[in-house]
Design a protein around this ligand. Sequence first.
Ligand code: HEM
Length: 225
Amino acid sequence: MAVPRRSTNSSTPSTSPSSSTSGWPAPLQRALLSRAAKPVVWLLWLAPLAWLVWAVLSDNLGANPAEALIRGTGDWALRALWLALAVTPLRQGLQLTALARLRRLLGLFAFFYAVLHLVCYAWLDQGWAWADMAADVLQRPFILVGMLTFLLLLTLAATSPHAVLRWLGGARWKRLHRTVYAAALLALLHFYWMRSGKNDQAEVVVYATLLVLLLGARWWRRAGR
Ligand code: HEM
């Protein structure tokens, strides 16, 4: 989820932020390079959690609070994952090299909300009954796909520190972190499968379209090199 620094003879684009961006993105680039950028991202991405906690305490989660919590945390995990995937195309398209600073943090927020999602499911839906949960994984394919997605995100989060990057070596680390696209496809399948039981695919189509655009941007860039 973090982005490797460029070695001097590498063909991968530089991710070390510089303030040399010109034109209208320049002020944005300066803002992203400022010391406030990361704390602002922290605040923005903790706000959904704060809202959910407030909604629990004030009994504002509707008729089925457990379902609202499971769905709410799943939604935010998906949003953070999509945003983390959008960082590279936006960085390259808008020449906003400083965006690279935020990619790892966004990826970790996707994992954070996925952990909350899993905790809500295990606690509120299954009452920590491990045998029931194992049976659920086998009975409902969308739960199995959710678990696989979670395991991929866990691997990416565990290998995101720079020390692990150095230990694995840049090339191997990059190969491993490309599995973020597999995680996104699995997350989309989980979402699609869950929603198909409810005949409600409008949001799934939006996420699928965005993912096609993100993957298309990546493919276009590679083909152009
Ligand atoms: C850890 C394993 C996972 C389990 C056990 C799990 C379980 C569930 C369950 C029980 C639901 C709600 C079903 C319902 O209300 O009928 C759900 C919905 C959802 N999950 Fe997961 N999930 C997992 C992983 C993930 C991951 C990793 C993501 C995203 C990165 C994700 C995203 C979603 C989304 C977006 C929804 C639908 C929310 C909505 O309808 O608004 N899930 N999941």
